[in-house]
Design a protein. Structure first.
Length: 155
């Protein structure tokens, strides 16, 4: 059965420098009815204030897909990889094999950075290889995500 969950029903946190909307239980938000979907562990819409950084997060056996909806970000990881991606459609896919730190900073000249971040864990038993890929998605793809749309999940 598919359950409809409206955007305004998602979890919310405001940390002063970061505002986040959580589709599933994450960080300080906990909802036992929304713990993830298959191997999708996080689906967060984040607004990072100008000049702010997300502290390095350590990932292990996780794929992290970040899509810029508005703004520009700079990233680097503990393997020395770095780059910049911007809207609309700038995307980064981090495949974290073993304890990779990933840091992201809003370097968008006084503008708030809005991004969608998905965290996935492998389910096929094959360990991930460390990798980082950048892509540019079409504006049509990016325009499909709106804070006013609904999110549907299955139990």
């Amino acid at each position: 059965m598919i359950r409809i969950r409206r955007s305004d029903d998602r979890g919310f946190a405001h940390y002063g420098w970061l505002e986040s909307r959580y589709c599933f239980s994450f960080a300080s938000y906990f909802d036992p009815d929304f713990m993830g979907l298959a191997n999708l562990r996080a689906c967060n819409e984040d607004s990072l204030h100008p000049g702010a950084s997300i502290d390095p997060c350590q990932f292990q056996q996780t794929e992290v897909f970040s899509l810029i909806l508005e703004g520009q970000a700079q990233f680097h990881d503990s393997l020395g990889r770095k780059g910049t991606f911007k809207s609309p459609g700038g995307a980064v896919l981090l495949s974290a094999a073993n304890e990779i730190d990933f840091n992201l900073t809003n370097n968008g000249a006084g503008k708030t950075l809005r991004m969608l971040q998905l965290w996935l864990t492998p389910t096929n038993g094959v360990p991930l290889q460390a990798d980082l890929q950048q892509a540019k998605l079409s504006p049509l793809t990016v325009s499909c995500w709106s804070p006013h749309r609904m999110v549907a999940t299955a139990p």
